[in-house]
Ligand binder design. Structure first.
Ligand SMILES: Cc1cc2nc3c(=O)[nH]c(=O)nc-3n(C[C@H](O)[C@H](O)[C@H](O)COP(=O)(O)O)c2cc1C
Length: 598
């Protein structure tokens, strides 16, 4: 099923925004039926997480950047990072002792700075709890689960837990060590097997579909991706590395977490580790395990290519309803179901299939492989003497800009943001389970409205040649706002960045699951762009877009590419207040409101 990628293409086509689709949409928001942003179990007990925990204090650029900054800036000579706070993180980086000394306070910090509540806002007598990472429509469809071994003896028993950001607590779903079980669903991934903690992120579909209908399947990955950008940076600050797994047996992971069929689904597993302690990767036989890891062989009842799936009991934990009623969107679940992996051999095949090299010329859409560019501007990255805040401060400061002032952003700031969001040669260098060789999946294009030193127009961020390639003028002044569904916010942005991919080429290799991959990678890069904008003192907001109009505008360069996400960056006319380390202790009534009584 996964190989027939026409399903992903159909979904993408069907859920495109156009002026016509917006004009004829009869969808309205039923506020009475707005889904509750918290998942609360009726009968299961919760354990409060400590409300005092370390704040990640690594220099934000170091924490966010895809590669070591010394590599990015090797033409710049000395780089002086001015940390305000004293950071102990560097000395801990990738240290074996780090993983052994992992405590519940570390987990609390990681969860808080990844998907905790950083702001409480009251608007029209309704409470809104804004979180560390952005979320389309502030609907927060992504749930986080923890699969861990015993943490620091008595800190936290091994188990499977659900993280509730409202009460800043963990709810035990299963007791015992399920790390091997989880690993067995990813072809015995050795990182997951031995990691002290894996986080599994799911999407609670109705929460976002309430507003965005079928298109919200894309948002599963956008909203998860921005969370992962925080996670990668926070873990790096704590001297931990993260392995991100998108190859797993979907139904088994969903069953382990006790998820409702066609309501909530696991989309990524993030296993935390220290590099000198573990080597990640797919292992499907004893000889390739390394590090003395044994293949799982207990309680297995399904064999496939040497992998044994560990079965768990079915759980049906009762949860409070999200809203009075729900609407089922078949296109979402068709896109999801047709991209599922059913058994270990499919997982192994999917991951190894991606292990291929594609050179940049064959990646080009242009038949003559010649990209069309009108002018090249050299990239100016320069971090010298910049006062870079810590990653903890940046996460607290981040919030989506609600207004931009049309002010100028310096070319240096734009270049610093772009180069730090991507790795060398435009590869995102994300720690995924699949390996795409030379292929960087996501290309960054942008419209410059007011960048000092750049003429207005459409550009390609050419990380290979270290240039910003001017492609064309814009047809009229507020064009970037028009492309972003005619939202004035994005006409006022100093630049709007569009994340674009060659969808068909990727799906041909990765199948329908490749659609999850491109949306997820785009979400992570968008999250990095958000954080980097705040790092360099400007604002940012994600945006939706008229798909084909964006494609058409930039296709002059390298043929048509599919638009994944847009993000506006710019100067702000107001000083936004920073969020705070705010581990709330909301009650069930506060979290569930009236639905608790249903
Ligand atoms: C991928 C993505 C797309 C978004 N699209 C829009 C948009 O089209 N218009 C808008 O005003 N805000 C957009 N947002 C911003 C969200 O509405 C915002 O993140 C949410 O209200 C939470 O607020 P916060 O980011 O300040 O925490 C988007 C955010 C993301 C992550």
């Amino acid at each position: 099923m996964n190989n027939d990628y026409t399903h992903a293409l159909d979904y993408h086509e069907k859920t495109k925004h156009s002026q016509i689709s917006i004009l004829y949409s009869r969808h309205y928001l039923d506020w009475e039926n707005r889904p509750n942003p918290f998942k609360v179990y009726v009968d299961l007990k919760s354990i409060l997480l400590p409300d005092s925990f370390p704040v990640p204090s690594m220099n934000a650029v170091k924490a966010i950047a895809a590669v070591n900054n010394n590599n990015i800036n090797n033409k710049e000579g000395d780089i002086k990072f001015l940390d305000k706070d004293t950071s102990i993180d560097d000395s801990n980086y990738a240290d074996i002792n780090r993983i052994k000394s992992f405590r519940l306070t570390d987990l609390a910090s990681i969860l808080f700075f990844t998907c905790g509540i950083t702001r409480h806002i009251k608007f029209n007598s309704t409470d809104y709890y804004m979180r560390a990472a952005s979320a389309t429509g502030a609907l927060y469809p992504i749930e986080a689960y923890v699969v861990n071994g015993d943490i620091n003896k008595n800190d936290l028993d091994a188990g499977v837990y659900h993280f509730n950001p409202g009460s800043f607590s963990l709810t035990a779903i299963r007791k015992g060590d399920y790390r091997k079980v989880l690993a067995s669903y990813s072809a015995n991934n050795s990182t997951t097997m031995h990691s002290p903690v894996s986080l599994v992120f799911t999407s609670n579909s109705w929460r976002n579909a309430w507003k965005y209908q079928s298109r919200s399947y894309r948002h599963w990955f956008w909203d998860c991706g921005v969370i992962l950008a925080n996670l990668l940076a926070v873990c790096k600050s704590f001297g931990l590395q993260t392995k991100l797994l998108m190859g797993f047996i979907d139904d088994e992971v969903n069953k382990l977490l006790g998820l409702e069929y066609h309501e909530e689904a696991a989309i990524i597993v993030a296993s935390l580790y220290a590099s000198s302690y573990l080597k990640g990767g797919v292992t499907n036989s004893k000889s390739t395990m390394g590090n003395g890891c044994e293949p799982t062989n207990e309680h297995g009842n399904e064999k496939s290519d040497g992998n044994i799936i560990q079965q768990v009991d079915n759980l049906k934990p009762k949860v409070y309803p999200l809203s009075l009623s729900k609407v089922f969107y078949p296109d979402i679940w068709k896109a999801y179901d047709t991209s599922k992996l059913q058994n270990s051999s499919q997982v192994v095949n999917w991951i190894s299939k991606t292990n291929f090299i594609i050179d940049s010329s064959s990646k080009s859409n242009n038949s003559n492989n010649k990209k069309r560019v009108l002018k090249k501007y050299p990239i100016e990255t320069n971090f010298t003497d910049l006062e870079i805040p810590t990653i903890g401060k940046v996460i607290l400061k981040r919030g989506s800009s609600r207004r931009f002032s049309r002010g100028a952003v310096s070319l240096k700031t734009l270049c610093n943001i772009l180069t730090s969001s991507m790795g060398v040669e435009g590869k995102a260098n994300l720690p995924m389970d699949y390996n795409l060789g030379q292929l960087g999946l996501v290309d960054l294009y942008f419209i410059a409205n007011n960048i000092d030193g750049l003429q207005k127009g459409g550009y390609y961020f050419n990380a290979t040649e270290n240039t910003l390639d001017f492609l064309s003028d814009i047809p009229y002044a507020d064009f970037s706002g028009h492309l972003c569904l005619d939202q004035p916010l994005f006409a006022d942005a100093s630049a709007v960045i569009f994340l674009m991919v060659e969808l068909k080429k990727i799906l041909r290799v990765l199948g329908n699951r490749g659609y999850r991959v491109v949306q997820m990678e785009s979400g992570i890069i968008a999250g990095k762009l958000y954080l980097l904008s705040y790092t360099f003192g400007i604002g940012a907001s994600g945006s939706t877009f008229y798909d084909d109009e964006v494609t058409d505008f930039f296709s002059y360069h390298d043929g048509p590419k599919s638009t994944m996400i847009a993000i506006g960056i710019g100067t702000s006319p107001y000083q936004s207040k920073s969020g705070t380390v705010l581990p709330l202790r909301l009650t069930n009534e506060q979290m569930c409101g009236e639905s608790k009584t249903l």
